[in-house]
Design a protein around this ligand. Structure first.
Ligand code: HEC
Ligand code: HEC
Length: 475
């Protein structure tokens, strides 16, 4: 071999090695950042009132919280700080927090009445926070929170931590930096951002090429993922079950009239609950069903991902609907039909029709809901299996923590598949139960080798359960 050739080969090999080392070190840095972010998310109080991010975004509950979960917490939990600390009596509305899982959020500024909102799960953020370029995209970097304007300053995920601490962590309502709480360092915000972006799905589904073994679920998919009249026309705003518009391919805001539903449960409990105006801070005087209330915003809310919906009830920004079936049926309502989201008929043009005045029979509502339950269970299985993949590298304590999270996902898969009462895939539920039993024995096992063996079997059962949900002849 001549010298030039040898040098060239050496050069190529060293290039390859440098590249591999570079890729590996970038991965290592990211995983260290995620681990640091997780620790901050769970433990860091930012010198505030004792709450942490996980006070509301519970790791074993899809990074959200709901009334059922809340009933199991002791009164000493920092979630209830407004009930125990007189300085913070106005931080929350305790009755609404306990009954509906609603949190007070001063999204229109601390000088305006706070609105009451559910805690969003933080799953799949990677695919669902790019705002529509020509609308909210001109104001915020990322579409965050129920109306896309949840983050202060540049409206980015990086800045969200600053907003969350100022809103939820203060020792007094003066909210003075350095006295009532401290702000995150840049490194802390980056680590938290990396952690949050690592949660849930990182990719969108491809619903048009998914075929389900149950004809009910398959019909649900067809009714959901279409824009044709006579279907649910959900695809327009939930492309592939995500949070993006099928036209802009971005995460837009729409006015779908959720605030206008009559007899909203929280309004029955607290008559003068402030009307939530959604995106922006512009004052409006004609809000609500009777158009007689003030509010701030342009009435629009951010489109949400629905793959993760079925196991995170209640639904919509104000937690006003209890079940996934009712959330689907909302699109039959007058509140939706009269909202801009339905493209209602123009009263001045006799030829115009309401383009999206969706009418779904109860059987069709059931089919769409069973479809949403099925894709949610598939995501639970993916997540549960991913959590169990590298357990052997962890310490015993870490392994048990991670396994407990995987068990929460397996449990969710079972709950969503059987929660609709009609169970299109009973064999899948049986396999998931078997997997859960193996996982629970593994969690309590004193022997690492035995635990890992049980987990390998549990992963196989869950994968089998997943395969049975799909039509094997078509996928
Ligand atoms: C007291 C409960 C509570 C605590 C504590 C809390 N959050 Fe939240 N979180 C909420 C609520 C309510 C919303 C919805 C806000 C909105 O609509 O603008 C939210 C929204 C979010 C979102 C937007 C998610 C999306 O899908 O758009 C992110 C990101 C987030 N929180 C991160 C954090 C971080 C980071 C912390 C800790 C520094 C934290 N939260 C602490 C209640 C809480
Ligand atoms: C015009 C756009 C649009 C259409 C069409 C649409 N959605 Fe939505 N969807 C939204 C918006 C915006 C939200 C958030 C509304 C809010 O909280 O106020 C939402 C929220 C939801 C939620 C609640 C998610 C949660 O976690 O609380 C579900 C479930 C849902 N949609 C299902 C559907 C189904 C099923 C269809 C078809 C029958 C559909 N959507 C059609 C825009 C739309």
């Amino acid at each position: 071999m001549n010298k030039i050739k040898t040098t060239a080969i050496f050069f190529i090999i060293s290039l390859f090695l440098t590249k591999t080392a570079y890729v590996e070190s970038a991965e290592v840095i990211l995983s260290e950042q995620i681990a640091k972010g997780k620790d901050l998310f769970v433990n860091e109080t930012f010198a505030g009132n004792g709450r942490t991010c996980s006070t509301c975004h519970r790791l074993d509950n899809n990074h959200t919280i709901d009334p059922k979960y809340i009933t199991q917490l002791p009164d000493s939990d920092p979630l209830f700080i407004a009930e125990t600390n007189p300085d913070l009596a106005e931080l929350e509305r305790p009755k609404l927090l306990r009954q509906f899982g609603l949190i007070l959020a001063n999204v229109d500024g601390f000088d305006k009445p706070g609105v009451l909102r559910g805690v969003p799960h933080l799953l799949g953020l990677k695919a669902s926070i790019t705002p529509e370029e020509e609308f909210e995209g001109t104001v915020v970097k990322h579409a965050l929170g129920w109306s896309a304007d949840g983050s202060p300053n540049d409206g980015s995920l990086h800045q969200f931590t600053v907003g969350a601490i100022t809103q939820h962590f203060p020792k007094t309502l003066n909210r003075k930096v350095g006295i009532d709480f401290r702000l995150p360092t840049d490194d802390e915000s980056k680590a938290l951002e990396a952690y949050m972006l690592s949660l849930g799905r990182s990719e969108e589904l491809d619903l048009d090429s998914m075929f389900f073994s149950s004809p009910i679920v398959q019909k649900g998919r067809e009714l959901f993922h279409s824009k044709e009249p006579g279907t649910g026309q959900c695809k327009g705003c939930h492309l592939n079950g995500g949070a993006n518009s099928s036209s802009s391919l971005q995460n837009g805001n729409r006015d779908t009239g959720v605030e206008n539903m009559p007899d909203s449960p929280l309004k029955l409990v607290w008559k003068s609950v402030p009307h939530d105006g959604g995106f922006g801070q512009e004052k409006q005087n004609e809000c609500g069903w009777f158009k007689n209330q003030p509010c701030y915003g342009n009435y629009e809310f951010n489109m949400t991902t629905v793959v993760e919906a079925a196991d995170t009830p209640p639904f919509f920004h104000n937690n006003s609907v209890s079940t996934i079936e009712e959330a689907v049926a909302f699109y039959n309502s007058n509140a939706f039909h009269q909202s801009p989201g339905a493209n209602p008929a123009d009263p001045s043009d006799p030829d115009s029709v309401c383009e999206r005045c969706i009418h779904l029979e109860p059987t069709q509502v059931t089919a769409i809901a069973l479809f949403l339950r099925t894709i949610n269970a598939m995501e639970n299985i993916r997540s549960s299996n991913a959590l169990e993949l590298h357990l052997e590298q962890l310490t015993k304590k870490e392994r048990q923590e991670q396994l407990a999270l995987a068990i929460a996902e397996t449990t969710d898969a079972i709950e969503v598949l059987e929660g609709g009462a009609i169970i299109p895939n009973p064999e899948s539920v049986k396999l998931l139960r078997k997997a859960l039993k193996y996982e629970e024995i593994a969690l309590n096992s004193r022997y690492k080798i035995e635990a890992l063996k049980l987990i390998t079997q549990a992963i196989a059962f869950k994968s089998q359960a997943n395969d049975l949900l799909l039509d094997s002849s078509k996928n």
